[in-house]
Design a protein around this ligand. Structure first.
Ligand SMILES: [Zn+2]
Length: 205
């Protein structure tokens, strides 16, 4: 049975947190608790879930701020890239697989916004893109550890996923809360750059 996805927006920063759960086993995972830990926990209680995992798309504080609160309330394990979050219980690398209920979640290492930025891909074609890809925008590449050439390659890789892939971004920065790879290829100027040089000019302007 497909995993269900609840998108929860923080009042601070326009961050999106996600509660992902198996409707049959009631096992849940929180992606980027951000500043919404209380809301996420309320939803999890309302849905009668056991939170088994907290997964960080990357190590920036606006995404990880609620980690501890969720973990203390649930005994969940923390899964993240060791490049961004050295103390994670489950170090995630390219090709790592997480299990939730009867489903598996594939980990894509997509550096550029930060060295350890990850995307999480469900078998349903839902993709959690953190600060790598937003609706009509992409993450910054000028923060410490950022690298615009890496970001370009990571975005090229996401753009090569099936067009129906639904993206669930780390912030509410676009005209819609979620979109698809097809939509982004049409409307996201950063995915429409002819080459790396054009991308760097646009992103680092
Ligand atoms: Zn970030």
């Amino acid at each position: 049975m497909s995993l269900q996805i609840v998108q929860i927006k923080s009042t601070a920063g326009g961050n999106f947190s996600y509660l992902v759960f198996c409707p049959r086993t009631r096992e849940g995972m929180v992606i980027d608790p951000s500043f919404a830990a209380a809301d996420v926990l309320n939803r999890a209680t309302g849905e009668n879930l056991r939170i088994l995992l907290v997964a960080d798309t990357h190590g920036h504080r606006d995404h990880t701020a609620g980690n501890r609160r969720i973990i203390e309330a649930s005994a969940a394990l923390l899964a993240a890239s060791p490049l961004d979050v050295p103390h994670a219980d489950i170090p995630l690398l390219e090709g790592s697989v997480l299990r939730l209920g009867e489903e598996t979640i594939r980990v894509l290492h997509t550096p550029g916004h930060s060295p350890g930025s990850l995307c999480f891909l469900l078998s349903s074609g839902d993709l959690f893109t953190g600060d790598t890809l937003f609706v009509t925008k992409v993450g910054r590449a000028d923060l410490p550890g950022g690298n615009p050439a890496d970001l370009y390659r990571s975005l090229q890789r996401l753009a090569a996923l099936p067009e129906a892939t639904r993206i669930h971004p780390g912030h509410d920065y676009g005209p819609l809360p979620t979109s698809t790879i097809a939509y982004e290829k049409e409307h996201n100027p950063y995915l429409r750059c002819a080459d790396l040089e054009e991308f760097i000019r646009l992103r680092m302007a």
